[in-house]
Design a protein around this ligand. Structure first.
Ligand code: ZN
Length: 678
């Protein structure tokens, strides 16, 4: 994906922040407070936002350019999905207030926040003008009482109203962060004020309204934009409102007679509540923002423990979670047929939450998680042309396009949301710690990172990782300079070689290699990661194995392996390592394909022999998106090849009933030239 350089205002803001020693958030809040007109109803002397500095900061917009396979995929998503979407019908949903029980009001905010991430990759004046125009149109729809949502007056606060307003607020805040335009911030304030006042006046608890089955978790996720509003305005009303939502979780209420105690249970290390997966993860994104705003350590501890709990109990082998959109003990159950597994919105929100945890803690485990989700669940959910996504992703079955939730708009929740996860990638691929750059993702491309003193370091990556294992990084400060370059050594890379200008350097899996030295323009770092095939046992203890190669999950695909009357056992050495050989005749549809040794046991305890089967990367498996193209990740031991590819599993995925036809990509959004690059 071609990125054109940093957005100018971001550089200015960052320079001021560096010069003054304040974080960007503190400075923005201070600027807002200084510039805001004094109104009688505002606190006489708003207290400044108390903010915690991130351990690592996301790359500034436009400073990281990703190329190669990954860059092409991001470009497809940006050009075929985000920019191909006409935002006007999404704005009209808010303008016309017709939802009244529907949830289409979320679309504009999801699209807009993805488009802002996309603009950071391609900051052209035309796109900037479009983003400014679209947000102006939304703000025009704001009622005189401040309401800005998709519901008619009598239906406000019912069903999905608060959920939709959460996305409207996130869109407005993304606009404010992009342009600094105070009218967007003011519109967000007025909508939030209307919500807070309305709840108070009508004596309604936020957790008691909306869809009863969700016990208020969807509404509660408004914590995120409300905490962001507090950071940007310093108005403690928003802090109090966000904290009141957490307090509501701890008391009995109509749909949860025991309360749901999301924060307390997270602190205890309890498994995630078996409720709406991405709404709960969004609540913890909000809790991360509360920590950033207040410095209250319990918020950080709760978010980290919740993230660990998702890893342990819910995250499946390709980096997603959920069944029927709910947490489901996914780690244990993932080898079974789940009816509606791994909502793409859950993949997106898991990536976004991991990005928050990485920023706050600087722990590389969260980047390991994002890499896994990106290359497997996220990329696997995108159609080859980038114009559409799956709603659910099966670990064994077939790829099925998301159903169209709203015919008039040709959209669904996951199609609207997916680019928010994908287009975040350049921002976390290379980050900055206080003492130097952090390389989290190895992919061909360049990064221009500003050090604490304002000097720039250019990092060029020359690699086709994760296809092959070697990454060459050229580090070029403007002149000789001492700083620490951090390189993520993934936890799975047990045998890693690292050298700086030919000198070997020790490093450990699951840690950052910290290269603290005086760097000279053109210094070379050579990193060789361990891409040997490795076997992962089913967390449930079921006799099933999965095969990984670095961050890539491998899968059987019925275009590579035909059913036969043979049973096979995956052949690994005692350390769980499988010898993989690149497939000589790799088909064009596969990103990667390998010959994998399996054992055949034709007679009881003798005469065993090895046969090779071809497996491909999970994102390529099933990428014909048809009922004829079947794949499998978990491999029962033994695996009967006559029964390796269950068919018609799309019936399990249909959102409403198995009687409905198999969903298709809407004709109107189908890419005209499916093979062309963006
Ligand atoms: Zn969704």
């Amino acid at each position: 994906m071609n990125t054109l350089g940093p957005a100018r205002e971001s550089i200015v803001r960052e320079r001021i922040a560096r010069a003054t020693g304040f974080t960007l958030i503190e400075l923005l809040a201070a600027l807002v407070l200084l510039a805001a007109p004094v109104r009688g109803d505002e606190p006489a002397a708003p207290r400044p936002v108390q903010s915690v500095a991130d351990a690592m900061s996301l790359a500034l917009p436009g400073t990281v350019e990703l190329q190669g396979w990954l860059g092409d995929k991001l470009g497809l998503c940006l050009n075929r999905r985000v920019w191909a979407q006409n935002p006007e019908p999404l704005v009209a949903i808010i303008r016309n207030h017709h939802d009244n029980g529907d949830w289409r009001g979320e679309y504009w905010g999801k699209w807009y926040s993805a488009a802002v991430l996309g603009y950071a990759c391609q900051p052209t004046p035309e796109r900037r003008g479009q983003l400014e125009q679209v947000v102006r149109e939304v703000i025009k729809s704001q009622g005189s009482d401040g309401y800005l949502g998709s519901y008619g007056e009598k239906d406000r606060l019912t069903v999905w109203d608060v959920w939709c307003r959460k996305y409207v607020l996130l869109g407005l805040l993304a606009a404010y962060d992009l342009t600094g335009d105070k009218t967007a911030l003011e519109a967000a304030r007025r909508d939030a004020d209307n919500l807070i006042d309305d709840l108070e006046r009508r004596k309604i608890k936020l957790v008691e309204i909306g869809v009863a089955e969700l016990k208020g978790v969807a509404n509660s996720s408004i914590i995120e934009p409300v905490a962001l509003l507090y950071q940007r305005t310093g108005d403690r009303k928003y802090l109090a409102f966000a904290q009141s939502i957490i307090a509501q979780w701890n008391a009995p209420y109509s749909t949860a007679p025991q309360g749901i105690h999301l924060l307390e249970k997270a602190l205890e290390g309890a498994p995630p509540l078996q409720n709406h997966a991405y709404a709960i993860m969004s609540c913890f994104e909000g809790i991360c923002e509360l920590y950033r705003a207040t410095g209250d350590r319990q918020y950080l501890d709760a978010a980290v423990r919740f993230g660990q709990s998702v890893r342990r109990h819910e995250r499946m082998i390709d980096g997603s979670a959920s069944n029927h959109e709910l947490f489901c003990e996914g780690a244990r159950n993932q080898t079974e047929f789940l009816e509606k597994p791994q909502e793409t919105c859950a993949t997106v929100t898991w990536i976004k939450l991991c990005a928050q945890l990485l920023r706050l803690t600087g722990e590389p485990v969260w980047a390991d998680e994002m890499e896994l989700s990106l290359y497997n669940a996220m990329m696997g959910a995108m159609t080859p042309s980038g114009e559409w996504f799956g709603y659910f992703t099966q670990l064994t079955g077939e790829r099925v396009p998301s159903f169209i939730a709203h015919d008039d708009l040709n959209l669904s929740c996951c199609v609207a949301s997916a680019p928010r996860g994908l287009l975040l990638t350049p921002r976390w691929a290379v980050m900055t710690a206080p003492d130097g750059p952090v390389v989290n993702l190895y992919a061909p491309g360049t990064a221009a990172i500003k050090l604490a003193d304002g000097a720039e370091v250019k990092i060029v990556q020359d690699t086709d990782y994760p296809v092959s294992e070697q990454v060459k990084l050229t580090i070029s400060p403007v002149r000789k300079q001492r700083f620490t370059l951090r390189l993520r050594i993934p936890a799975w890379s047990k045998r890693t070689a690292l050298a700086v200008n030919g000198e070997p350097v020790a490093c450990e899996p699951g840690m950052y290699a910290k290269l603290d030295r005086e760097w000279t323009p053109g210094d070379q770092v050579l990193l060789t990661l361990d891409l040997r095939g490795r076997v992962l046992p089913a967390p449930s203890g079921a006799p099933q194995l999965a095969l990984m190669r670095g961050p890539i999950l491998l899968a059987l695909d019925n275009r590579l392996v035909q059913p036969t009357d043979t049973a096979v056992w995956l052949s690994a050495d005692t350390d769980g390592i499988v010898q993989l050989k690149p497939l000589a005749a790799k088909p064009a549809w596969a990103w990667m394909a390998f010959e994998v040794p399996f054992q055949v046991h034709p007679s009881h305890f003798y005469g065993h022999y090895t046969t090779n089967l071809a497996l491909c990367d999970f994102s390529s498996a099933g990428n014909d998106w048809s009922e004829k193209n079947l794949y499998r990740t978990w491999l029962p031991q033994p695996l009967f090849l006559g029964n390796a590819f269950p068919s018609h599993t799309w019936n399990l995925l249909n959102p409403h009933s198995a009687a409905e036809p198999r969903p298709v990509i809407p004709t109107r959004v189908q890419a005209k030239d499916a093979t062309a690059k963006p």
